[in-house]
Ligand binder design. Structure first.
Ligand code: HEM
Length: 148
């Protein structure tokens, strides 16, 4: 089980680290041409990189969810500390997964093309939400661990 937890935490560091770096690039890299160049080359690699770690997080997380009996805790004692921490974590994991799919779908569609205003708003809004949700997930992940 330690191996699964190890892979889960390794995936979390890669997934959250990657998203923090790209978020920082979006905010700090003010030169438009440099930004276009970076996204043009880094964008697809980043997309595959992040998808891989998210799938790894979801699968190892689901495995531990059943292995530790957390499914039963949520079913029979949803108000317990463990039940609440896990539920809150899942309330953030579901939207982050949906937002990631939307974000990547648009990113691959408009790669090397100009974006519409709506696509721009959705791309930036989803990045910001993914960033915030990651912090929330990390907080509740610690809650799950402490309650186990
Ligand atoms: C974006 C998705 C996710 C992230 C970033 C994430 C992050 C983390 C982190 C950092 C820990 C270690 C916490 C600590 O040691 O203090 C953890 C533990 C855990 N996660 Fe996740 N997680 C994600 C998705 C999931 C999902 C989908 C599930 C279940 C369906 C899940 C189930 C668990 C469980 C059961 C533990 C506790 C394992 C243990 O401490 O022995 N995680 N998660």
């Amino acid at each position: 089980m330690n191996v699964i937890l190890f892979i889960h935490i390794l995936s979390a560091t890669a997934w959250i680290g990657g998203s923090l770096l790209l978020f920082a690039l979006g905010v700090l890299l003010r030169d438009k041409q440099a930004q276009t160049n970076v996204y043009e080359h880094l964008g697809p690699i980043y997309g595959y990189f992040e998808s891989f770690w998210l799938i790894s997080l979801l699968s190892t997380g689901t495995y531990m969810f059943y292995h530790f009996g957390i499914y039963d805790v949520i079913r029979y004692a949803p108000d317990s500390a463990l039940g609440q921490a896990m539920l809150h974590k899942l309330y953030a994991v579901v939207p982050i997964s949906v937002l990631t799919i939307i974000h990547m779908h648009i990113a691959f569609k408009v790669h090397k093309l100009s974006r519409t205003r709506l696509q721009n708003v959705v791309m930036r809004g989803s990045s910001l939400l993914i960033f915030v949700l990651n912090i929330v997930i990390l907080w509740y992940a610690i809650g799950v661990r402490s309650a186990l």
